[in-house]
Design a protein around this ligand. Sequence first.
Ligand SMILES: C[S@@+](CC[C@H](N)C(=O)[O-])C[C@H]1O[C@@H](n2cnc3c(N)ncnc32)[C@H](O)[C@@H]1O
Length: 863
Amino acid sequence: MASVHEAEDMTPSFFIGQHESKRLTIISPHVVQGAHESGYDMLTSPITNNHFHSRVLSLLSSHLSNLYPLSYDATGTMGTAPNTKVLEVPALSPDDTPLTPNDSISQIVGVTSSWVDLCSPDPLIADISRQVLLLEVAYAAFCGISYLVIPGPRLHHGIIYSEGVVYYARAIQDALGLGPFIQFHVWLKMIDNTELDADEMGDLAPFAREEYLLSSDEQPFRVDAYGTWDAWDIVRTVCRYHARLFVALSLPRHLPSMSVQLRWHSEPVHLLTIDATSFIKNQKGYPVLSKTHQALISRFMRLRTAPWILLCDADPIHTEEDADNTRRIDRPPLDSSNYPTLAQAAAHGKRYHDSTPHLSYIRNLQHRQPPRSPMERFGIGYQDYLQAPLQPLTVNLESITYEVFEKDPIKYEWYEQAIGKALSDWLEQKKPTSGPDGRVVLAVVGAGRGPLVTRALQASKATGVEIEAWAVEKNPNAFILLQRHNQTAWGGKVNVVKSDMRSWKGPRRDSSSPTPDQAPVGQTIGIDGSLLCAPSESGAREECSSSGAVDILVSELLGSFGDNELSPECLDGVTHLLNPEHGISIPASYSAHLTPISAPKLHADISAQRSTNPAAPETPYVVMLHAIDYLSTSQPTVSISSPLHISSSGSNNGGSGTRSLTSTPPLTLEMPSPIVQAAWSFSHPNPNIPIPAPGESVVSNAHNVRRTRLTFPCQHHGVCHGLGGYFETVLYRNIELSTNPVTMDAKSPGMISWFPIYFPLKSPLYIPDDAEVVVSMYRLTDDRKVWYEWMVEVFKLERNSISTSTGCSTPVMSDARMASPGADNGHGRAKQSQRKIFGHGEIRRVRIGISEVHSTIKDGCLM
Ligand SMILES: C[S@@+](CC[C@H](N)C(=O)[O-])C[C@H]1O[C@@H](n2cnc3c(N)ncnc32)[C@H](O)[C@@H]1O
């Protein structure tokens, strides 16, 4: 975590490189030094040069002139020998490459040749391209290059579209094996737009033989907003989400829709490339980026692994001769020991006029990035970092874990308000108390280190309603601290009990025992075992004649999915102590919420763990979801005021979205809002707790079983890697906490205690356009433990002829139910759209994918 602390207070720093598509300069250490002096952090270099290119072209032409005409063989296939007679590209010669291993190699990003066509329908061209790529990768690996950029697959060959991407993917898979220390970046445009593609002189693609191309009068022109993402999806799927495979994303002059931008935001983009042509000129004639570009860069720079920026064909760097002159005048010869660090090189600054205005602009943008918000500082290092959920019931928490909870600026404040309101209501409604002296009896169960006890005392003071305070905690170590707080901070006013709340007898009413006011300050009156109820022989809970009732029961036993730390089971065990007529539980209720997400990075991390931990893909993880894309969204309606705002508010409360992180100038961006639905809920006190049957030692927990089946409309195609899980809780009346991205900013903005939970899928599921994702989820129990099961189905929705076109901006819905019965999921808008679409005609639902049933039964939470 060292790097986390270092980075904590900084604004995001940009690592900027320079790329020239027709670079002729050999990138020597002096050229790299010149680039540093200009303010660049790295440079690209081609792996091979024009000499090599010409050699391959002449080889190809002579090979093609010697080939037999193509013919179909006996089985009707084409493209097998002798039609694809092998052409072997000979090994590189010294004249073929500008690269030499040297001290500056670590500052160089290698770029493989863009003139190849790995996707060519002509097997000869595809094979030569593959050989060229692998020769280049092998030599780059030999030279010690750590970062390679590989131009993305060519998607169009006349009217053939995207057919060869699998060949491209297969070649990348081979390349990953050849360069085991290289990070590979597939260089992709944000969208597929044939208008922006042009053949360059010497490209291999036009050499594809006509026999392999389909002739047609059709116009091949097309714009596909997700076309390049689709290609990426194929590549990374074939390469099994390889940990060294990344995206280099080229930003066009006009950015695509926010949905497309957010899709790329969820992918492992490690390079953002910006061509000089993507800049516009400001009034003074300086190159600048549009506001939407600025916003996109800001969002990316907030990622855990912020991408580097590559300025392409923008500002030239010093040439070799310039650098030589510099060396002759005032520089010692360079070797690895006196090579400047990046910081030194950058600090040296520029001596002349601004010869790098694009770079200066990006540096300026860097300095204008707002500092990290408290929320960001807290979350730094945790973004997309998988953690096993806590099990505070079976494992005793460490003090440091409590300390992290206690840093939350909202949770305790809201609890204090809820307790204050409950106390005021008690007074106002003149309800009888359970305290023998008329005080309201308030117990914090699961008190931890006592922050809620402190808040309860403050609420009592603020409202003037006196309380008899009890703190019950089963963690023996936290109990020590509770006793100390009672001595030092609470003036001995609190009755501190070390007990599992489920076996606590309740406030002691034995006249012979001291009341807290009689006890010496700091004395703990509830520590002895006599206060614990043991089940009687009959199995029924023993009557605790010396115990009183509790008026207000305060607890915080919630996990990231609400009930996953067994709050229902724990509170069931203490509910019998609650004042039967007027008793209040804070929280009064909580609900679990879900949405399907695309989370390629999490999928890759979990897949990597699979060999050592087979249970990894069936474990729900606590994770600060960041590089994810919501697959089910309501379409843009919301104007937001921050470029870092990742998701926006839902319809039901008017709140803003999940990650409102900065205070940069207002921008009107249209953000899709995730559709997050309630799976189930629990209320306390629960009137349905069964009475143990005579002679039964185990009380049935069947009333805490839950089951749901939720339908999520998905407008755009994508890949579902798992489910994002959240909770909402009503503490008291209108005081609520929420981690649901749709409601969190309205209900408890800035709350940091809980990250979402992630339920992974073992195998990702492809979702087509206009589809429905149906999630079935269970909370199950065998009366000893609780576990979850989940599965996902994908349906393609097909309209009949009388349906409207697909151009609508509202997700299509079948007649499938959106929410489990009784769950107020707050998605009236989505339901409305369902009805609206239905008015237009029949929709046929075709199941096209189904996941396994995932289960945590082996690692269930012990009750
Ligand atoms: C999430 S922590 C909350 C601690 C504290 N109330 C706070 O808000 O900072 C939950 C606490 O409940 C305690 N706990 C969980 N189950 C319990 C049980 N059945 N009986 C007593 N304490 C329990 C845990 O040891 C832990 O201290």
